[in-house]
Design a protein. Structure first.
Length: 645
């Protein structure tokens, strides 16, 4: 339910466009634009969003108690306080957007001038709602002035703008409590406080029927100049034109980002400082963000883009990296287009699979790329990998003096990796968290590779020696982890790994049953590749050069999710998720005081059977061409779901 919610919220904080049809965003944005997100037609976007199954789920009568509780909490804790502080009606603002809505970031001399800062701009085409937008601006100006806050008017290229001075104390408290704070602002007493951010300006005005909102005068000046010109804009940039042809045409919502410009600032990003003497011994303490980005391959990416659009029978999302083949580096070198290699689910993947992923890649080249990347980040990472391999090899040579791990494992890598997951075999609460999974690694000598995997996994587990048994003429090695090895007061049950080999693949499973079913090759359900509607869905995502394909049974995934949410709701001691991730925490952000998820009362969720009709499956595929990499996701409309009204 994220897309309609974010779209509505974004439109509520914005509005307008010119009386004449506003050109596409790429035509009025300058060619040095750092990035932008645009909806070419807000009304079309609302219609597409309203037809999505999960938006219709939110409107279903079965979710009425959950919906009414959330909406009531939202209005009471955020909506009404914001309306009171800003003097505007959020519901009225949400309907102002009638045409294009664009959020853009312009450099304003950055990064060449490190003292400068990029400027954001929001443009909304209000069309016949322009009078309502002007009234909203007047109401905001009056409320801001009545509160004694800094405010004046200025003209930019003949257009009048209200200029409001916004300090830290001017952010409504209801909104501030939902935003991540600075982690260093919550340090123990005695440490110096971080410097307070200075006041910023907010420029708000109408240019015909276009509502413009920006934080810097230079940003407005450049955009107003471009709106009156033709040619010479972002749309003529070769990097943008190639991306537009690849995935932006006919999109209801899309974004484009100039990653090449951002790369110029990577060397200036400082490495994480050591906070204790012991940090010097940690390889991660010396990691430089610039090295990590280069190692990921972003240094060879000229631009990145995404798009969302309605497609025949469902919704299509696309992500594109403009990375010419000759310029790819780091992990992007893993993406090599296969030569006539099969990427669809093999016949042994059953129709009841919850997840399926297949990646066709050159194993030896992939290992070389990974080791080179690790060494480029820091030689300590490569040394650690070598130590693990050497330790495992020594362990294997205790039983077989002729054991050679690198020859048996690395030299035997093939060009096929398959992973699939089946439903849990029982209905216990813990089962959805650890469903049966089987990993298959293609190899010219799968039995040798299986022996090597047994040794490596046994060395990493640190438990007893692997147990061996025969099953239908195949050896199965069971690797048990060391008891009590997992941290935490109540760790999940430890699971053994089971290693074997077929004629074409080395096999690793977390469940003996799924491995035996595969080796037995009998009594399994019909193959996944013959599932109704799947062949048509693959056509939406698979293109020439596809190396990665996948499938997700969203109905079964959400069935398990409902069970977990209800379990969490019954456990009063379990706090609601904060929405924080290791990425946001690494940026020095602390969890917000409140979370929108706290307003979602999962105790009122209906039985899953009442809403399962809104869930179906999704497929995805990643392809590499000479110009770049494209990742596509397609979600078919669930069969039997009535057409949206």
């Amino acid at each position: 339910m994220k897309w309609p919610l974010l779209a509505t919220l974004g439109l509520a904080l914005a509005s307008p466009a010119a009386i004449a049809a506003v050109p596409p965003a790429e035509d009025w944005l300058p060619e040095d634009t750092l990035g932008f997100i645009t909806a070419p037609d807000a009304r079309r976007l609302r219609a597409a969003g309203g037809a999505l199954p999960w938006f219709r789920l939110w409107q279903d009568e079965a979710l009425r108690p959950v919906r009414e509780n959330f909406v009531g909490q939202f209005r009471e804790n955020l909506g009404r306080p914001l309306e009171r502080d800003l003097g505007v009606n959020l519901a009225a603002l949400a309907g102002l957007a009638q045409g294009q809505v664009t959020l853009a970031l312009l450099p304003n001399g950055w990064p060449a001038d490190r003292a400068a800062r990029p400027g954001a701009l929001l443009l909304v085409d209000t069309r016949d709602r322009a009078p309502e937008a002007e009234k909203a601006i007047a109401a905001f100006r009056q409320r801001w002035r009545d509160a004694g806050r800094g405010l004046h008017t200025e003209r930019v290229r003949g257009v009048e703008f209200v200029v409001a001075t916004v300090g830290a104390n001017d952010v409504p408290g209801s909104l501030k409590r939902l935003l991540p704070g600075r982690a260093d602002a919550r340090e123990p007493a005695g440490q110096s406080d971080p410097p307070a951010a200075g006041p910023r300006t907010l420029w708000l005005g109408m240019h015909g029927a276009l509502l413009l909102l920006a934080g810097e005068r230079p940003t407005l000046d450049r955009v107003l100049a471009r709106l009156g010109e033709s040619g010479g804009g972002l749309g003529e940039l070769p990097a943008f034109r190639r991306t537009r042809e690849e995935c932006l045409r006919a999109a209801d919502l899309f974004g484009w980002f100039n990653t090449q410009a951002l790369r110029d600032v990577w060397p200036a990003v400082p490495a994480r400082p050591a906070t204790a003497p012991d940090d010097a011994a940690e390889p991660s303490a010396a990691l430089h963000p610039g090295r990590l980005l280069e190692a990921a391959g972003l240094g060879g990416v000229r631009a990145a883009a995404f798009s969302l659009q309605a497609a025949p029978g469902g919704t299509l999302a696309q992500f594109h990296l403009a990375a010419p083949e000759a310029e790819r580096r780091g992990l992007l070198r893993l993406w090599v287009a296969p030569t006539n290699a099969e990427t669809l689910p093999p016949p042994f993947v059953p129709a009841d699979a919850i997840q399926f992923t297949r990646w066709r890649l050159d194993g030896p080249k992939a290992w070389a790329t990974l080791t080179n990347t690790a060494n480029a980040i820091t030689p300590a990472l490569l040394s650690t990998a070598d130590w693990i391999l050497n330790t495992a090899e020594e362990a294997g040579q205790l039983a077989n003096p002729r054991f050679n791990l690198r020859r048996q494992l690395l030299d035997n890598l093939g060009d096929d990796v398959v992973l699939f997951q089946r439903p849990p075999r029982d209905e216990t609460a813990a089962a959805p968290a650890s469903p049966p999974q089987l990993l298959l690694v293609g190899s010219p000598r799968p039995e040798e590779m299986a022996d090597a995997l047994k040794v490596v996994l046994g060395a990493l587990a640190g438990g007893p020696a692997p147990r061996e048994r025969e099953f239908l003429g195949r050896k199965i090695h069971t690797v048990s982890p060391l008891a009590g090895a997992q941290p935490g007061p109540t760790p999940p049950p430890l699971r053994a790994l089971h290693v074997s080999a077929s004629h074409t693949h080395a096999l690793v499973a977390n469940d003996a049953g799924i491995l035996e079913d595969y080796l037995r090759a009998a009594g399994t359900p019909p193959p996944l590749r013959d599932a109704p509607g799947l062949a048509e869905a693959w056509q939406q995502v698979i293109r020439p050069g596809a190396a990665l394909v996948g499938y997700r049974n969203r109905r079964e995934e959400q069935r398990a999710a409902f069970a977990r949410w209800k379990l969490r709701a019954d456990d009063e001691a379990t706090p609601a998720p904060s929405g924080m991730t290791p990425v946001t925490e690494s940026l020095g952000l602390a969890a917000p005081e409140e979370s929108l998820l706290q307003w979602m009362d999962t105790k009122q969720l209906p039985p899953f059977a009442a809403v399962e009709k809104y869930f179906h499956f999704t497929v995805f595929a990643g392809a590499a061409t000479a110009d770049g990499l494209t990742f596509r996701i397609f979600a078919p409309t669930p069969p039997g779901l009535p057409a949206a009204q």
